[in-house]
Ligand binder design. Structure first.
Ligand code: NAD
Ligand code: UDP
Length: 319
């Protein structure tokens, strides 16, 4: 296949690029480098089948030659990033999604949207199934991301009803190598802080929950979804749910530091519980995550240990 992948220089995009190239696909990697880095594609730079285009996907894009699939992963994804870039986040989810759908339509290509568990907002149904419509505050600080992704899903389904061959991945919290140490998310913050000997910042009392998926599992789920016939949204994530306090304690124990925890105010609109119902992914993709949290954290920590000296400090972005 020849795949146009937006957001390819970001965390998830860089792993997808690697997987696509490794299986023999050609990749047109499109990125504006708003939150991603060319360095994230350095390890695949010698592949002839990789083309990197610096481009803001809110601006229409023409790609010469055939295109089999457009995978739309461009968007700031960490709360600190989308709060720093609120309008760019709204634009990439709305205008950016529309222009990438047009690109797919013009090539009669398959389209896959990277949506998010944030479409469920501060969920009142637990675990979250795909037929739950969610509980999103349209004027809260997270709305620039949540509503943009909800709009992106609506755009995708509108094109789908008009004949486009589309897929929607609702991605739950994913972590792993090549996350930016200072992107403000829980895993990068906790690992950076613990490695630097800073206090580890738990927001609220730490009783709220997340269910974290290791990147290799997410990549295999996304590729199976791309190959499937499923047009409706599919949750992709790991259903091993932990409290944020427990996550911080696991990371402190893995790092082996006597650094302490500190509690900071819970940001406005922070969802209290999150766990995917994976029934649809199991049924239509035959997929389930394979990497347990402790194993994934250990692999991720190796990477954070290798880069932490050269990066800016992983200071809390919100505390
Ligand atoms: P990331 O910030 O590491 O990567 C996003 C990439 O998109 C960056 O390289 C950035 O430069 C690029 N980008 C942003 N706006 C752009 C624009 N207008 N034009 C071109 N490129 C642009 O984030 P990530 O964690 O890798 O997330 C990737 C995708 O997966 C996002 O769409 C995100 O919403 C979705 N997602 C991620 C998670 C997660 O836990 N990581 C969870 C749910 C959904
Ligand atoms: N969190 C925290 N301390 C940090 C960063 C995050 O307690 O330094 C919490 C955050 O409030 C949220 C959870 O960890 O409840 C996951 O945050 P992240 O930003 O990783 O993802 P999201 O909130 O988008 O699910």
């Amino acid at each position: 296949m020849r795949v146009v992948l937006t957001g390819a220089a970001g965390f998830i995009g860089s792993h997808l690029t690697t997987a696509l190239l490794d299986r023999g696909d050609a990749v047109v990697a499109v990125d504006s480098f708003l939150t991603g880095r060319l360095a994230n594609l350095q390890h695949v730079s010698d592949y002839d089948a990789l083309t990197v285009l610096e481009h803001d996907v809110t601006v229409p894009l023409e790609v010469t030659g055939h295109v089999d699939a457009v995978m739309h992963f461009a968007s700031p994804a960490s709360p600190a990033d989308y709060n720093a870039h609120p309008l760019a986040t709204l634009d990439v989810g709305t205008a950016g999604t529309r222009s990438m759908l047009e690109l797919a339509r013009s090539h009669r290509a398959r389209f896959l949207l990277a949506s998010t568990s944030e479409v469920y907002g501060d969920a009142q149904q637990h675990p979250q199934r795909e037929d739950y419509w969610g509980n999103v505050n349209p004027v809260g600080s997270r709305s620039v991301y949540d509503e943009a992704k909800r709009c992106a899903e609506a755009y995708t389904m509108a094109y789908c009803r008009a004949g486009l061959d589309s897929r929607i991945a609702r991605i739950f919290n994913t972590y792993g190598e090549r996350m930016r140490p200072n992107d403000g998310r829980a895993v990068p913050n906790f690992m950076s802080q613990a490695l630097l000997g800073d206090e580890v910042t738990v927001y609220g009392d730490g009783s709220h929950t997340r269910s974290l998926c290791y990147i290799s599992d997410l990549v295999s789920g996304v590729l199976l979804l791309l190959a499937s016939d499923e047009h409706l949204p599919v949750n992709l994530g790991n259903d091993e749910e932990v409290t944020v306090l427990n996550l911080a304690q696991r990371i402190l124990s893995l790092v082996g530091t006597d650094t302490s925890l500190t509690f900071r105010p819970l940001p406005e609109g922070d969802p209290h519980v999150r766990r995917p119902d994976l029934s649809r992914a199991r049924a239509v993709l035959g997929w389930a995550p394979a990497v347990r949290l402790d194993e994934g954290l250990a692999r991720t920590l190796l990477w954070f240990r290798s880069v932490i000296g050269g990066e800016s400090r992983g200071a809390s972005a919100r505390g």
